[in-house]
Structures are given as C-alpha cells and as structure tokens.
Design a protein around this ligand. Sequence first.
Ligand SMILES: [Fe+2]
Length: 343
Amino acid sequence: MLFEQIASGGCRSYLIGCGESCAAALIDPELSQIDRYLALAARHGLRIHSVIDTHTHADHFSATRELARRLDVPIVMHQTSPAPFVNMRLGDGESIVLGKLRINTMHTPGHTRDSMCLAVENRLFTGDTLLMGATGRTDLPTGDPEALHDSLFNRVLKLDPALEVYPAHEYKNRSHSTIAQELEQNPRLQKRDRTEFVEMMRNLNLSMPTHLTEALRTNLSGGKTITQLLAEAAAVVPFMSLTELKARIDAHDADLIVLDVRERDAYTAGHVAGARLLPRGQLELRVNEELPDPTIRILTVCEFGRVSTLAAATLRQIGFQRAIALDGGMKAWREAGYPLVLG
Ligand SMILES: [Fe+2]
C-alpha cells in the first residue's frame, strides 16, 4: 500500500493507494491542503478514485466537495451522513475496492452519529472515534457518549491489538499508535464501565472549536467558506501596492479612479485623496450611474483589503476589465503614515 499522512494544524488526513493499479483514496481531506494532496498523488503516480470523510467534521473544512468536483469522483460517507451531496453512502461492514486494496468500514457512532472507522490492511483510520491518548468529544451536534462507549469497547477495541491506529486529529506530532497501546495507555479508556465513561465524557468541559458554525454550515451544505470566496476573488483580481498608489496620487494620475467601497462614516473619517465613495452594499445598484465607462481603470479600496477584493471581482464580472484592488486597506494606509482627506 502506498501511504501518506498529511498534517495541517491538529488535523490529519491520509492518501492511500494500491501500488499495482495506481488507484487511490483520500481520507478526511482538508480544504487548505488540496494542492498538496494532488501533488502527492501525482508524485506516487496515483489517481484518486474517491474522497472519504470519516464523519461530519465540526472543526475543519472538508475538501471532499471541492475535490469531487475537480476530479469527478464520488464523495464517500456513512449512510447516516446528513450532507445531501454524498454520492456513495456506506453501511456498517461494507467495503470499497481500490485496486488490490479493500477499505472496510465499521460504523462507530458516538463522536457523531455518522462516524465510521476504516480498516485497510494493518491500518485502522479511526476518524475522531479513537485518538492517540484520547477519544473524540461527544458534546458537539449528534455526539453521544453512550454510543461512543459501545463503539469503542464492543467494537474498535476488540479488533486485532496489532492494528495501527491513524486518527483524524493528533496534537503531539506522533504518527500512529496501535490498538494494544491505546488499550494500555489511553487515559480515557481506563474507565471501562459504561456509566463511569459516560460521566467522564459529560464532564470534559471542552471549549468550542473555532469555526464551528462555519465548518458545520459548509460541510453539511457543500457551500463555500469565506476564505474560499476571498481566494476565488483574489485569483481573478490584480492588486496595486500602497506605495504605488501613493506615487500615483502624488503624480496626479488622471487615468485611475480610486473607489472607496466602505460605508460613508468610515469614508468621512479619512480617505485617500481623490477617492470616490461607493459602498460595497450599493455597488450593483449604483454602478450604472456612477461608472458609465467600463473601460476606465478602477482601484477599489476598503478597510482591510478583503471587501475591496470582492468588489473588484464583482466589477470584473460585470465588465470592468481594468478593475483592480488595493493590496492592503485603509488600515495599512494609515499605519504607513500616508495622508488622509477628511470629510
Ligand atoms: Fe470530528
């Protein structure tokens, strides 16, 4: 088996491939690592045939939807996954064929209702059901400590003790452990009594993961994250630096329209000399009157440089082919000590 473990922050994802047929699958891919996955697959001469999420992630942005679209491959999850775009739904005990490899699924609810573990040869991909020295939490949507106890003690921990454990999270930079090691050393598995285990899980008092709302919204709907929206806009918009803009203002460049897309209060409190006000929220409504000539060179400006990127992308979409955005925003402009016009 060809195997790569990819770390991004505390998240772990896995590329597994059959060396003979060159068929591969990605387990728990994360949105920020798409280029890395594709590069690794290419380096090994693998073609990705499916993208698998071990469960509905509440703490990272799944890349399955984006990869499935780009590669035209199925998104695989457990049959109870609430995501409407899953096209291969697996039940307990079912397996996926990957050349000579078999990915065997075991439904292990508890961390989430749709959690599953995947066994491939001597490796067990445990998702967030079993972590190294811990278990997945059970206090997020569809979590259930009693179900987790059953999944762990009646199923996962009864598997071959020599199986290697590869979880979806690892915070101490270890690559893997084994079922035997976890049984012996994992502090959470020392409470084997169901009531005691459930009591312990209910009293972990963990803080909510960052991006919980956005991760659930995008992972469940297949919608885009805000970072994705901004990256897509930034990919089609050229930028101008603060120093370049300063030089052009000093030179009274008549060819450039500076369009401040912040709200009026922010504009009045200080803007770039010669900048015109057209708030982002009114852009589409007022663009026909305000900017009748689509051939002009427009530079959009906002507070942090993000909304202006979206505004420039919108302008390009509707035909302003010379719309560009300021690299940075008015905050950076002020911090650079560049002049402001009030009112
Ligand atoms: Fe999770």
